[in-house]
Design a protein around this ligand. Structure first.
Ligand code: BG6
Length: 481
């Protein structure tokens, strides 16, 4: 049997986000950002969803983003380790408030610009292609105070100002960009995704869809601007992907799955095709949502379609139209996406269902829908690891998970012929979990000595998966043993 591999130049690598790895939240002129005030503990989800207002650091709470894994001071060592693994690509995000501390300053903060310039130069030195997320769960607090986050249209100009500063400064260093991380997360974690805190009694759907409209316009303007300033740039959108499967063949369940998928695809439909899908207007009308639509919006969206579709994939989702079945089989825990347990799949320690074939399904669905190149920019297993006395970490479960998902991606590329630009595994180095704020939920191939309470030396260790992934990259995905 011939094992086919991946196209030459396939971008193997890993991914992180500024707020989950950098720390140094108040250093060198950086302004406060939404993620800096999302606490660890039981209040985390309420704040992340915009259900509890916390716009500053309050007494009695701890905030994981403040130090994270202190990549602010460890980036040289970390990028050296990525290079040792053979990374061709490193996906990371820029913290908006390191560049514009108040979100819309006329003069960018030079220390912030210089920090990322150093990182990009280091990547170049190791022939690692940077892939930069412009906004990864990151809204400047000053703009939340001024405008209430993305519910206000004026956010668009602030975002474009930020884009202008980074595109001009990094035009010779960064070619691949992503406008918003998991843009559909706005519907599920509105504060994380859009800096929104809901007011008592307001129509949440109306607020969320107007915020979505603003982000979509901002994304479109960023695409146009990137192409003007960096003619050879490739700029994409980003979806928290994972298909909804019907719990049963009952047509009601099929329809329910289709509708739930549409909640998520709505964003990508606009970013990839440049217009709202017809059903979206009908749905919004039915829900009483009134979009603050301006005459010029049609053209802005049309002119700002993305070059590629990037997405995260951790699990598929399963749904039913029957409230009783839903109640009985609902996934346990405080899941971001409401779904029922799929009896055919195993779950991770955090209840995320493991479905490698679901990745092939997702790749095919996205390509059928958009016919644009795809980029898998997040995939991985959050698990508890044990650092042994001799400094090793044995994580065969992570290797298994990655192997099966890379195999599924390989099938999509080889058997289905779908253009995939690259694969950056999530949290290639252990970082703070976005949903739980834990350090214990580790995705990395590099272990970082730090626990949930913030104790630890921050020393880095290579896990078994580090050596395995190095071999995968060296063989361009042909050796997954
Ligand atoms: C995605 C985010 O939702 O999933 C990341 O883009 C996040 O920021 C990742 O860390 C994994 O989720 P979690 O909650 O396990 O960290």
């Amino acid at each position: 049997m011939t094992v086919k591999g991946f196209p030459e130049g396939f971008l193997w690598g890993g991914a992180t986000a500024a707020n989950q790895c950098e720390g140094g939240f108040d250093l060198d002129g950086r302004g406060l950002s939404s993620v800096d005030v999302v606490p660890f503990g039981p209040e985390r989800m309420k704040v992340a969803r915009g259900e509890r207002k916390m716009l500053s650091c309050e007494e009695g709470f701890s905030y994981p983003a403040h130090e994270a894994i202190d990549m602010y001071h460890h980036y040289e060592e970390d990028i050296r380790l990525f290079a040792e693994m053979g990374f061709k690509c490193y996906r990371m995000s820029i913290a908006w408030t390191r560049i514009l501390p108040n979100g819309d300053d006329d003069t960018p903060n030079e220390a912030g610009l210089a920090f990322y310039e150093e990182i990009f130069k280091l990547c170049k030195k190791y022939s690692i292609e940077p892939l930069v997320t412009i906004d990864h769960f990151d809204t400047p607090i000053a703009l939340i105070e001024k405008y209430g986050g993305w519910r206000d249209r004026r956010m668009i100009d602030a975002y474009v100002k930020y884009c202008d500063a980074i595109f001009r400064r990094y035009k010779d260093l960064v070619k691949y960009w992503i406008t918003f991380n998991e843009i559909n997360m706005l519907l599920h974690m509105s504060f994380m995704g859009a800096g929104i805190v809901f007011n008592e009694g307001e129509d949440r759907q109306n607020v969320m869809y107007n915020a979505a409209h603003h982000e979509l316009l901002a994304s479109a303007r960023a695409v146009k601007l990137a192409h003007e300033i960096i003619p050879d740039s490739r700029i994409g959108c980003m979806l928290a992907a994972g298909q909804f499967y019907p719990y049963s063949p009952n047509p009601e369940d099929i329809w329910d799955g289709l509708e739930k998928d549409r909640d998520n695809y709505f964003f990508i439909d606009v970013q990839a095709r440049g217009a709202y899908p017809v059903w979206a207007w009908k749905r919004m009308e039915k829900a009483g949502v009134k979009i603050d639509w301006h005459e010029e919006d049609r053209e802005v969206l049309r002119e700002g379609t993305v070059d590629y579709i990037s997405f995260s994939y951790y699990a598929s989702r399963c749904t039913t139209a029957d409230p009783e079945v839903f109640e009985k089989h609902q996934r346990p825990g405080n899941a971001v996406f409401k779904a029922v347990v799929n009896p055919y799949l195993k779950s991770t320690e955090w209840g995320w269902q493991i479905d490698p074939l679901g990745l092939r399904v997702t790749i095919n669905t996205l390509y059928d829908r958009y016919q644009k190149p795809l980029f898998i920019v997040e995939n991985g297993l959050g698990a508890t690891d044990k650092l042994e006395d001799d400094g090793t970490v044995h994580d065969p479960y992570r290797i298994d998970y990655m192997r099966q998902h890379i195999e599924a991606m390989r099938d999509a590329v080889n058997e289905d012929g779908i253009p995939v630009l690259g694969y950056t595994s999530w949290g290639c180095i252990d970082i703070v979990s976005a949903s739980t704020g834990e350090m214990k939920k580790r995705y990395g191939m590099i272990y970082v000595d730090k626990d949930n309470d913030g104790n630890g030396t921050l020393k880095r260790y290579r896990k078994d998966s580090f050596y395995w992934y190095k071999k995968v990259i060296e063989s361009n995905g042909t050796d997954l043993s």
